[in-house]
Each structure stands twice: as C-alpha cells, then as structure tokens.
Design a protein around this ligand. Structure first.
Ligand code: ADP
Ligand code: MG
Length: 678
C-alpha cells in the first residue's frame, strides 16, 4: 500500500492519499502537482490581485475547484500571514477537520502547527498557526474575546451559500469590523450563483467568479413517487453496481441513523449476491463520524471495486470526493424547524430545494461525465421543490446567538444588519427566554448571570444550569451531566446478539428510577472511579469514544467555571439539589402526565411522550423536566427527570404561577386561593 511518509509527518499519513512512487517523486511533489491541476490554479494571480485591490471580495466557484484548500495557501504565499492569521470558517465540523488535515499535508506541516482547526470543544491550533480553519460558531465565540479580530489579517467566510445561523450573524459582524479596520481583508466564498445578494449586502463588493471543470451529468427521474426512499436508494445502488460501468457512487441521506440503517441493509443485500458481483466498498460520512474513519472516504477505490459513499448534506458542497460518477438523490435532508409560538425546535426530514438538487447532481460530474438518479418524479422536481432552502436564521431558536450578540454589546437587535432578518416573534421569544433565565434584565441588558452564561459554548439553558449550580453547591456533578448531555444520544451500543445484556447494563444505572440526568451522572462517575477504564466501558456496553469526548468537554467546562469564578463543589448525596439545578436551567421544558399515559407540556400545551430509551419510560412520573424534544413517529422527550411541581414556583416564580402547577390529585400542593405562597 502507501509508502510511509518520513518522521514527523507520520501521523498525517492516515489522511494521505496512497501514491505510487514509480517516478521517484516525493509525496509532497505529487501533492504540489495535484494543487496545480485544480481549476482555481489558473486564476491564482488574478485572484491575488483582486484581493490586493479590494477590501471585500465575493468569490464564486464550482465545488471541488479548490476554494477552501487553496485560497488560504495562496494568501500565505503572497505574504498575508506576515502580520496576522488567515481564518477560514466552515459551517461543519467535519469539513473544518478534514480540509485542514489536507492543507497541512499539502504544506508538509503537522496539523495543529502552522495549519490548524478549531471546533467546539476541540482546539487543534498553536501559537504557530497561521492558517486556521474553524466552524462559523467558533469565530463567533472568538469575537467575544477579540471584538476586532485583531489577530487576523484575512477572514474567509466560506460556504456562504449554506446560510447557517452563525454564518448569517458573522456577515453582519465582519461587515462592521471591516469598516473599522481597513487593513482587514474579507473574502466571502460560495459555491452557488446567488453571489449578487452577497455583493449587495457587502456594499456592492466585486464578485470574482471563476469557471470550474464540469462534465455533463445525465439526470434520471423516477416515473412514479417512491413509497420508501430508503428502499429505493438501496435498489438504485444495486442497479448501478450490477448494470453500470465502474465508478463510485454517492448517496445523499438525511442523517446518521438513515446512513447506519442503509449501510446495514446494503451489506445484507450484497451478501446475497455472493461472489457474482465485484466488490462494493461502503463508506459512511456524517457529522459525528469519528475522525479516524473520516479519512476513509478519500482513499482511492482499488482496481475493479466500486466505492459507495453514504453521506449527509456534508457532501453537497463542503467535502469533495474525487471519482464520483453516480449520484443517488432521494431528495431529502434533515432540517431544523422552529415554532416561535411554542418555542419548540425539531429536526425534520424535509424535501430539499432545487438549488440543493442541482448541487447534488453536480457531484457526479467533477472528474468525468456522470449520472444522477433522482428518486422523485420530474413533476415533483418542477412543481413541489422550493427554489432555495430557507436560511437557518429564519427557522431556528435564536436564544444562543442573541446572548452572544448581547455580550458583544449589540443591544438593539432589531437594528442589527441581517442579510435576511429572522421573524420578529423568534427574536422576541429568544429575549423572553433569556429574561426568564435571568440572563437579561427588564431593559434587555445583560445581567451578571447572563455574562457568566455567555462564557459557556452551550445552549443558554445548559449554561444556566451550570451557573446556578454555584448556589446549590453541586457544580462538580452538574458539569459532568452537562458534558454527558453534550455528547448526544450515542452513549450505549447494542450489539444485535447481545441486546438483553446491553439493556441490563443500561438499567443498572437507572436503579431507583433516578431519572436520566442522574443516570448519566452515575455513568460518568462510575467510569471515573475505574480510572477511565476501557474495559469497564466494554463490560457495560458503553461507547469508550463518547466517554472520552465527555471527559474532554468536562475538562473544558471545569476550566470555564474557573473563569467565571464558580468554585467546584460536590454534593452527590443530595440528588434533589442536582435536580433543582436542572430545573433552574430547563424549567421551560416541563410536562405533566395525562390520564392516557402521554404528557402535556406545561406552558404551551402540546402532547409529548417519554422516549422509549429513557429510564423513566415505564415509570411515568407525574411531573417531568426534559432536555430536548425529538420528533420521530411521535414527539418524544429525550433525557427526562422527575420534579416536584412546587419547585417550579420556588425556582421560576416569574414564569410559573400556581395555576400552572396546580395539581388536583396532589395533596402536598397548596390551593390557589391564597396569595401567601408567592
Ligand atoms: P472547494 O472548496 O472549491 O469545493 P476544495 O478546496 O475543498 O474545493 O477541494 C479541492 C480538492 O482537494 C478536491 O479535489 C478534493 O478532492 C481535495 N481534497 C480536499 N480535502 C481533502 C482530503 N481531506 N483528502 C484528500 N483530498 C482532499
Ligand atoms: Mg469548499
């Protein structure tokens, strides 16, 4: 296989493309040649001249033409890193990691030295770093500490067409900074052709558009709508594999779950063919995929085999995979939607936009002519799909960015320079929530609590839970819980043949029906007591990788506690204090049991259910507080803990009144008539 790169670069080798060294060229020489073959290379000098002549530049070029990997290097070569860093934002973590690894390799340096990346809870940079890739959310956080971005000479807002919430907020902020700092260069880079809008927003900034290489792609539609897009996608892959000339396949699926299901099912179907068909290599890629597996999608396909990449939207424009000849597009992606009336947010599998469909199709024609199989009808495409995906800022909870903007001193949000403003109800809802959490005062100004909360790179409700733990003297436990909640739902694994064992192991942590938050705490503490043993994880069917991540996050939260001057205090015997902290952060997320076993949320009544994976799903306590809602077949509450209704009055008297928590069957609740309780 690949020759081993020498010495210091050894670690980077896992990211390297294997290469044949028949010509005697070094790996670095070969990479330099590859760089020169990218479409952007012919425009290098023109681009640098445009950057020199203009402070703000909009750059538009085909996906895979070299924008993300090359422009920062060109700027470095042209001397822009002499007096500051080049920062390049990415909407996705995986893209920031993968692209920086590639650039480090091209420059022959170790990742984290001259080239690095920074994503939430993971900073892979050093004092040496001059090219810094980071998520858009991280640049926003950096602004809190460095409001004029003085350590940067160039900021590239990349993948601008994605219009993520953080990118949209950055637009307004960097536009303002650029006015105050004439020495700062600002590049807005985008894959699609809606550059006019960017140009107008940035005071008519010039557009630098360069052509990419693009081969024709045949588009095939289905003749009738598909009942099950997952089935249809498997069939399409198999048909390609059996009936079409060699060439890799890219399948777009909504999320990790769908990718894992399809991987499983596809493997099973392939086994049925035995050795009658050529090898099919299946590579998943999604946001939470462990980094050591991410590099696999870039490995060249062996002779005679076919690679099929199962990807989320990340492969639409963020990552370019060479050698794709066939695209299978079921036409869906997972999109956040937000109801400002109820304040509820959910991830929904939603039909994609025409712009997305066009991008997906394009992925089949980067290195040769290709084919795109759209698993929907032509009628569907022309009549049902929206032109563009709605920007995230118009369909999300704004509490976290409003808190960030307030801490940047931006008080009048209605005057903020939005490219597309969010619905005013959503802004008001965010302000209301922050007020309820005590982060803002009646004038809408940041309070001391709010200032502390803003230090944590977490959702404001989680931050509040942490800040309040000072008062209840259990910050030690609370940051463990916050860290465990931040790693997402993938803590346990359930091997097919050992489901019963796995479930028993899980139930061990739920003994006494302590609730999911306390169970998470028990998992963390037990692991810590074994001195972070891998074997303990295996015995308990717990993902070691997730736990290590939780430990990293916890370490960082501990550091932040120090910054906001909260002492580490432990009170592990007093579970009610821990529960009260949870309620103090999450009191807007409470629900009450109904006669039929479902729940009603207290403030904006809606029917919800306890998630089957919760330790309380059979217990059904009368009152619960939940971490989040997920919509699958039903609206489920995930991570649930029991609470006493009187706590709501004690902790959030400005939010709940006695009538909200009045409980006819509960004897320990006072009657509403008296006002004394307030
Ligand atoms: P753009 O930003 O214009 O979409 P990129 O700069 O991301 O283009 O990609 C340019 C080239 O670099 C592509 O051919 C892509 O395959 C390659 N590339 C990018 N990241 C990696 C990686 N991690 N490993 C291997 N090749 C990569
Ligand atoms: Mg790019």
């Amino acid at each position: 296989k690949a020759s081993v790169l020498a010495g210091d670069n050894y670690e980077d080798e896992m990211h390297a493309k294997p290469y044949q060294d028949s010509t005697g060229k070094s790996a670095l020489d070969m990479l330099q040649e590859e760089r020169k073959s990218l479409p952007i290379y012919s425009y290098r000098d023109e681009l640098l001249k445009a950057v020199k002549d203009h402070q703000v530049l909009i750059i538009v070029g085909e996906t895979g033409s070299g924008k993300t990997t090359q422009i920062p290097q060109y700027l470095h070569e042209a001397g822009y890193t002499k007096h500051g860093k080049v920062g390049c934002t990415q909407p996705r973590r995986v893209a920031a990691m993968s692209v920086s690894a590639r650039v480090a390799q091209e420059m022959g340096v170790k990742l984290g030295h001259e080239v690095g990346y920074s994503i939430r809870f993971e900073d892979c940079t050093s004092e040496k770093t001059i090219l810094k890739y980071m998520t858009d959310g991280m640049l926003l956080r950096e602004l809190l500490g460095e409001p004029d971005l003085s350590s940067y000479s160039v900021i590239i807002v990349d993948e601008a067409h994605e219009r993520t919430l953080h990118t949209d907020i950055l637009f307004g902020l960097v536009k303002d900074i650029a006015r105050a700092r004439p020495d700062l260069k600002l590049l807005i880079s985008s894959a699609t052709m809606d550059a006019q809008k960017f140009s107008e927003f940035f005071d008519q900034a010039p557009i630098f558009m360069f052509p990419g290489r693009r081969y024709p792609v045949d588009i095939c539609y289905t003749t009738a709508p598909e009942a099950d897009y997952m089935d249809a996608a498997i069939t399409a892959v198999l048909q390609i594999h059996v009936g079409e000339p060699l060439g890799d396949v890219l399948v777009f699926l909504p999320g990790q779950e769908e990718i894992e299901t399809m991987e499983e099912n596809l493997k099973q179907r392939i086994r049925g063919f035995g050795t009658k068909i050529s090898e099919l290599i299946i590579c998943p890629i999604y946001g939470n995929l462990p980094s050591e597996l991410q590099a696999k999608i870039f490995e060249p396909t062996p002779e005679g085999a076919r690679k099929v990449v199962l990807a989320t939207n990340i492969a639409e424009t963020s990552l370019t995979i060479d050698g794709i000849k066939y695209v299978v597009d079921p036409g869906f992606s997972k999109l956040k939607s937000y109801n400002p009336r109820t304040g509820m947010e959910s991830l929904l599998v939603t039909p994609i936009s025409k712009a997305s469909a066009t991008q997906r199709t394009g992925r089949a024609g980067r290195t040769s002519p290709g084919k795109c199989f759209r698993l929907y009808t032509a009628y569907n495409y022309h009549n049902d799909l929206e032109e563009n995906t709605m920007p995230e800022i118009q369909r999300t909870n704004l509490a976290s960015v409003v808190l960030a903007l307030k801490s940047l001193g931006i008080n009048n949000l209605l005057n903020f320079d939005f490219m597309d403003p969010p619905p005013s109800e959503a802004l008001i809802k965010a302000l209301e929530l922050l007020f309820a959490l005590g982060a803002l005062n009646q004038l809408g100004e940041l309070t001391k609590v709010g200032r502390r909360m803003a230090e944590f790179p977490l959702d404001p409700m989680l931050s509040k839970m942490i800040v309040v733990s000072d008062k209840y003297k259990c910050s030690d436990e609370i940051i463990s819980i916050a860290a465990m909640l931040s790693i997402g739902p993938s803590i346990f694994y359930r091997p097919k043949d050992k489901k019963v064992h796995a479930d028993n192991a899980m139930m061990n942590f739920h003994v006494g029906n302590v609730g999911d938050h306390i169970a998470l705490l028990k998992i963390y503490t037990s692991w810590k007591e074994t001195n972070y043993s891998t074997q303990w994880c295996c015995e308990n069917y717990i993902q070691v990788r997730s736990m290590k991540r939780a430990r990293d996050i916890r370490d960082q939260l501990e550091g932040l506690l120090e910054r906001v001057e909260i002492e580490i205090s432990s009170n592990s015997n007093d579970l009610d204090s821990i529960r009260k902290c949870i309620v103090a952060g999450f009191f807007p997320h409470t629900a009450k049991l109904q006669k039929n076993g479902s729940y009603r949320t207290v403030k904006h009544p809606q029917t919800v259910h306890i998630h089957p994976a919760s330790g309380l799903s059979q217990v059904l306590p009368r009152w619960v507080v939940y971490h989040e809602l997920v919509l699958t077949s039903k609206e489920y509450m995930r991570q649930v803990t029991e609470l006493k209704p009187e706590w709501l009055i004690e902790i959030a008297p400005h939010y709940y009144q006695l009538k909200d928590v009045e409980d006819a069957k509960s004897k320990n609740m006072p009657k509403t008539s008296g006002r004394a309780a307030m």
